[in-house]
Design a protein around this ligand. Structure first.
Ligand SMILES: C[S@@+](CC[C@H](N)C(=O)[O-])C[C@H]1O[C@@H](n2cnc3c(N)ncnc32)[C@H](O)[C@@H]1O
Length: 276
């Protein structure tokens, strides 16, 4: 197996054009859940909201519409490629209230008490020290401000039935890749204790999981990722060509079987408030 390393603006899944497309597709499927979380958090026109690990900005665009021209979105990510895509997307959509910040979260000079709310989805799972980022988020929140997040909480909940050892092997390879780059596909398990250390008050916790069969809308969410993942795992040295071929063949069989059950990896939505 060959082993690649990540450059400093890359992350485990990659920053290719295909990944930008996948993130857009993924946001389409998860948009409703994000909008509901923001509605419950009371995000409204005039607010300043930060999107931590914004990627190409699909959630940032919706947040920018929600806070309106009198509000502001601060979109932070380490990937210049994703941020250029975000800036082009904002221009295309006529959104002038998004400010991009290109920075690794460990090096970010967090603003003080600027944000009414901070949103982060599928980013803290890639960080070696999510607690350090949460401390930065605490600094950037105004007193009484809200942190709203949707992050993986139990990656082993990701299952197909009928299953096979090659799928277990794939899930282990994903876990190993996350371990190697110091991420955590169950990062949300750490949140209650981490939020307590910051004296944040947890207002809401809600697990989100979907059951899908071929042809269902949510079926396509992991399937899109599964079509890219073997190549990336080979590139990073966690999967062999032979394993990838067996895995792809298994997924083709599952796609062709209308009775396949897919349980999507469990996400935990949390909302916590910094004290006044
Ligand atoms: C799976 S994408 C999620 C993007 C976006 N939050 C969404 O929900 O569509 C993860 C994002 O986290 C960013 N990221 C990962 N590690 C980072 C770090 N250490 N500092 C800043 N951004 C990071 C990546 O560049 C990528 O844009």
């Amino acid at each position: 197996m060959t082993t690649a390393t990540l450059d400093e603006t890359d992350y485990i899944i990659g920053t290719t054009d295909a990944e930008i497309d996948r993130l857009g597709f993924q946001h389409g499927l998860w948009r409703e859940a994000a909008l509901a979380a923001w509605r419950k958090a009371g995000i409204k026109p005039g607010m300043t909201v930060m999107d931590v690990g914004c990627g190409p900005g699909f959630a940032s665009f919706d947040l920018a519409r929600l806070v309106g021209p009198s509000g502001r979105v601060i979109a932070v990510d380490q990937s210049p490629k994703f941020l250029r895509a975000l800036e082009a997307g904002a221009k295309h959509r006529g959104l002038a209230n998004i400010e991009t910040v290109e920075s690794g979260l460990a090096d970010y000079d967090w603003p003080t008490a600027q944000c009414d709310a901070i949103w982060s989805r599928w980013c803290l799972c890639f960080l070696p020290e999510p607690e350090q980022t949460l401390t930065g988020i605490d600094k950037a929140l105004k007193p009484g401000g809200l942190f709203v997040t949707q992050e993986y909480v139990d990656y082993r909940s990701f299952q197909f039935a009928p299953s096979t050892p090659i799928f277990e092997r794939f899930r282990d390879a994903v876990q190993e890749s996350w371990d190697k780059y110091d991420g955590d596909p169950c990062v949300a398990m750490k949140f209650p204790a981490a939020f307590a250390r910051l004296n944040w008050d947890i207002e809401d916790m809600m697990p989100i999981m979907h059951a899908a069969r071929p042809g269902d809308v949510m079926w396509d969410w992991p399937i899109t990722w599964l079509s890219q993942a073997p190549d990336r795992l080979i590139e990073l040295g966690f999967f062999t060509e032979a394993e990838a071929a067996e895995f792809r063949a298994y997924i083709e069989v599952r796609k062709a079987d209308p009775n396949t059950l897919l349980m999507t990896p469990m996400v935990l939505e949390m909302r916590a408030r910094k004290p006044e």
